[in-house]
Design a protein. Sequence first.
Length: 288
Amino acid sequence: MAEPRGFLADLTRLPRLAQRAQARLPTSPLTWVGLLVLVFLLLLTIDPALFAIGSPIRLDIVNRLQPPSLAHPFGTDEGGRDIYSRVVWGTRNSLGVAFIVVLSGAAFGVLYGLVSGMVGGFVDEILMRLVDIFLAFPAFILAIVIAAVRGPGLGSVAIGLAIVWWPGYARLVRGKVLAIRNLMHVESARALGVSPMRLAMRHILPFVWPDVNVRMTTDVGYALVAVTALSFLGLGAQSPTPEWGLLIKDSFSYFDSAWWYMTFPGLAVMATTMAFSLVGDAIGKEPD
């Protein structure tokens, strides 16, 4: 009997593809919670105005340091600004910079590690020693120095963290490439005359991406903590810019009298970091 072709062949594969997709769906309720939180955060990052209830920078001194209420769900700060709106708008600044740090660090690190592992020899040795130089310095301290030299601002924070973020990806990818480049399918492609570029992109990189994806997912949470920490130290966003780390920094003087001021930005950082960790753990698990 002849094998089905074209559209009929696609139809015969649908049950198998559906079964494979179902096997990859997360089964843990916590993972689904993490996914829902990340979807909500993504919407906040794209268009915070849809969820905010007012301007995040408008002053209202008469209503300064008001506790949570129907009018101000997260209370107000020392300038009478609505903390809920500042937290919502701060998502774009805090999480957006974290995304930029991870994406830029991963992009350069993957390319760097791929070249190092593919070329090998003396070039690999030189490139890895340069990575060791970066890893020899405490990453957060180095990011502080870079941001301080450039001057306060979210741009300085993004550049400083991206510079210290890529070496981890470079070492990860280089190790994977060294383990993969001598496998049978790679040797067969090389024997058939496949160019080094095509060999790397088509026969090696697809086997590296799963580990990179897991690391990127969990790293966004770590990068977010680093961004908020640098803003807390005064190197990131400057007032009146809504940003989670800056909100926590400004609330420090009112810790005893306005518990809500620090609580809600802190909960936003904690919930986001936990959501990325849960999703990263789920991505890293092999389907049964």
